[in-house]
Design a protein around this ligand. Structure first.
Ligand code: NDP
Length: 284
């Protein structure tokens, strides 16, 4: 058990404290950042995430506006609400908690959000800006991961970085941020051959798969920094990551725990984006 534990809970507290000070100054200048959080249906995991986001808003002094909608709501009604929020000056950021019920097209909903209020950074305009190296907002989970990697003191430049997972929410934007830091990036997915072999090349290994304890200690290069994005609820209710924590700790130089690693940093970065959105919209 030699690995340094990258404590996302503690780091997120420091980020939120800084943001809290920034927000206090903004409020003195007459601007209170506001975040609208839309939740559709009553998925218990989504409810926990939404509550955590609202709590973070409260801690920082961001106004939060919750819209809890019935699972049967029509896609058009949801988009109509987004259009109203797009025009509401008190709302600087808009977040739609995913997943949405099957009858609603997620893309149509996310694309309806004004890119300037897209605190989650999921809109194609923001994804595109990230890709060309001119981001308006940083994607929350990947940005939080960069902050966690910074805790180790390593310089990403020139390092072998392997990202397992290529989702639009985590894997792809993560690879963009590592590339922007001059890492040599390999992106793996379900069709990748010899995954353990590729993982063993990594100085920085990011696992965003959604499969409990899939990455074993034997996949890890001695001394690597291991970031575990996975949040998998086992039948016994235990929450585990995509990395087999105990065996990984034997080999890695640093590792994020689950829970208490990437999750809290994702929320802190969402708060940062909301504050930035409020600044941009108010020209301060
Ligand atoms: P997705 O299901 O959208 O993507 C999973 C990715 O993993 C896909 O690209 C898939 O490949 C790849 N994959 C699946 N099986 C394998 C395999 N056997 N070998 C290699 N790659 C594989 O998930 P997300 O990116 O949204 O989330 C990943 C995990 O991170 C989940 O556990 C989620 O709960 C968690 N998460 C945590 C967050 C946090 O704040 N801590 C935020 C967001 C997500 P392919 O594309 O080929 O299907």
């Amino acid at each position: 058990m030699g690995a340094k534990i990258l404590n996302g809970t503690e780091l997120s507290k420091a980020v939120k404290q800084e943001l809290g000070e920034e927000v206090r100054e903004m409020v003195q200048r007459g601007v209170q950042p506001g975040l609208a959080v839309i939740i559709v249906g009553d998925d218990p995991a989504s409810r926990v995430y939404v509550n955590n986001k609202k709590k973070a808003c409260q801690e920082i002094g961001i106004a939060s506006f919750e819209y809890a909608l019935d699972a049967n709501i029509k896609e058009k009604e949801l988009i109509d609400l987004i259009n109203v929020l797009n025009k509401d000056a008190k709302v600087n950021g808009i977040l739609v908690q995913l997943p949405l019920p099957r009858h609603i097209n997620e893309e149509n909903v996310l694309y309806a959000i004004d890119p300037g209020k897209d605190a989650d950074c999921f809109h194609p305009s923001n994804a595109g800006r990230l890709m060309i190296g001119n981001p308006m907002f940083m994607p929350c989970t990947p940005a939080g991961i960069i902050e966690l990697i910074n805790l180790t003191g390593i310089d990403i430049q020139g390092k072998e970085c392997v990202v397992v997972g290529r989702s639009n929410i985590v894997g792809k934007p993560m690879s963009m941020l590592l590339l922007a830091k001059n890492g040599t990036v390999t992106v793996c997915h379900s069709k990748t051959r010899d995954l353990p072999e590729i993982c063993r090349r990594a100085d920085v290994l990011v696992a965003a798969i959604g499969k409990p304890e899939f990455i074993k200690g034997s996949f890890i290069k001695p001394g690597a920094v291991v970031i575990d994005v996975g949040m998998n609820r086992l039948e016994n209710k235990k929450l585990v990551g995509d990395v087999e924590y105990a065996s990984a700790c034997e080999v890695a130089s640093a590792i994020t725990p689950v829970p208490g690693g990437v999750g809290p940093m994702t929320i802190a970065m969402l708060m940062r984006n909301t504050v930035k959105a409020a600044r941009l919209q108010n020209g301060i």
